[in-house]
Design a protein around this ligand. Structure first.
Ligand code: CAA
Length: 389
């Protein structure tokens, strides 16, 4: 948390921020590089994060969560991502793309059955929209669900599923009526341990390597009707509404990465000497630091603004799409800017795996891509501003 932040934090917010920071520094920092290198899923730390309430921060206690607000969520996620973006991704998907979607659109039975174990960290949740031929243009998906009595039969291939190799439950979006386009998409909560759910190829990723990502293939998967999320044809709106929340999570993650890259650059600029001076005394370095700091503070305001906008929407019902997309766009580009500048300030050492800066650089990039690329965020913001398409 920066000294220049405009938000006076409540005791409750300070508590979760301190708890997340302590946990990140004591439990995640020592293993982050090792899990990045191996690409293994950090089961033990994720389980502990569940026990601490970090996997369902806004979920009511009755459903296994910590029952806190959106500002608490972004503060905690920022602290976790500052130390390791992979843990940040797993936390974000569990909280926003999985738990939020079911809490908002699910039945009482679905909340009890699926949210409670995921919010408490006993089980892992995932969200699956993308397909090999349907990324930014999400409504063009090909996976199908066909009603068969009190079940739907799912077939198709989904891709880029965060936590796909380890998830217990996945909210998946498939076509029930292809003639209707976006209005023919329906959401289902699927149990990954049932026949017909096949985990596909694990992606060999550039960054966030400890967060497992894979394809999921449905082969005549039988999904009970009671596991449909919302009504038939409501899936696309559910997917977009949930992504608004997901994008606030990714913005917080990006802010954490930017801060980590900046802190490393400041330390190095103070220590490293060149041409008889600390390198931070050269304008070429110090102006980079000033630009990083300024962008981080601006990103922070956008992220916290988006959290407050989402909080407000609980009372007004208003959408907070612009607040979420501006925060995601600016924070992710700030993460990339800061990781790039920090690596440049470090020079050769920044390029070495012995220092975390190259990991920040690799991790930052995904924040400009997943949950809607920077180009999609610009499209969303501009369409809402102009009313033009
Ligand atoms: N909230 C509520 N409703 C929304 C909405 C939102 N944020 N955005 C759109 N809608 C509604 C629209 O109002 C419209 O409803 P009506 O027909 O009733 O008017 C309907 O949804 C269709 O909207 P559009 O016509 O705008 O849809 P489009 O086909 O033009 O697409 C898009 C819009 C913004 C490009 C969208 O497809 C999009 O966001 N694409 C990016 C997808 C994305 O982020 N994918 C990442 C997946 S998750 C991931 O990365 C992996 C992971 O595991 C983390």
């Amino acid at each position: 948390m920066s000294d220049t932040a405009l938000f006076p934090l409540s005791e409750e917010h300070k508590m979760i921020l301190d708890a997340a920071r302590d946990f990140a520094e004591n439990e995640i920092a020592p293993i982050a590089a090792e899990f990045d290198e191996s690409g293994d899923f950090p089961k033990a730390t994720i389980k502990k994060m569940g026990e601490m309430g970090f996997m369902g921060i806004e979920v009511p206690e009755a459903y296994g969560g910590a029952e806190m607000d959106t500002l608490a969520y972004v503060l905690a996620l920022e602290e976790i991502a500052k130390v390791d973006a992979s843990h940040g991704t797993i936390m974000s998907v569990n909280n926003s793309l999985f738990c939020h979607g079911i809490m908002k659109f699910g039945t009482e039975e679905q909340k009890q059955k699926f949210v409670a174990p995921v919010a408490s960290g006993q089980k892992i949740g995932a969200y699956s929209l993308t397909e090999p031929m349907s990324g930014s243009d999400a409504a063009t998906m090909r996976s199908r669900a066909v009603r068969d009595g009190d079940h739907y039969i799912l077939n198709g291939r989904k891709s880029w599923v965060t936590s796909g190799p380890v998830a217990d439950f996945v909210v998946v979006y498939v076509m029930t009526d292809p003639d209707k386009g976006a209005k023919g998409i329906t959401a289902f909560i699927v149990d990954a341990n049932q026949p017909g759910f096949v985990r596909g190829k694990k992606e060999p990723k550039m960054g966030i390597r400890a967060s497992a990502t894979s394809e999921i293939v449905f082969e005549d998967y039988r999904c009970p009707v009671e596991n449909r999320l919302g009504e038939e044809g409501e899936g696309f709106k559910i997917a977009m509404t949930v992504l608004d929340v997901g994008r606030i999570g990714i913005a917080s993650q990006a802010l954490g990465i930017a801060e980590a890259a900046y802190a490393a650059a400041v330390d190095y600029a103070r220590e490293r000497e060149s041409f008889g001076k600390k390198i931070g005394q050269f304008q070429g370095v110090s102006f980079k630091l000033a630009d990083m700091k300024t962008r981080i503070e601006a990103a922070r305001l956008l992220v916290y603004n988006a959290a407050l906008a989402k909080e407000r929407s609980k009372m007004t019902g208003e959408r907070f799409t612009t607040a979420a997309s501006t925060a995601k766009l600016f924070a992710s580009e700030t993460a990339m800017f800061c990781a790039h500048a920090s690596l440049q300030i470090h020079g050769g050492i920044g390029y070495s795996k012995e220092y975390p800066v190259e990991r920040y650089f690799r991790d930052a990039k995904i924040t400009e891509i997943y949950e809607g690329t920077s180009e999609i965020q610009r499209l969303v913001i501009a369409r809402l501003e102009t009313g033009l398409r």
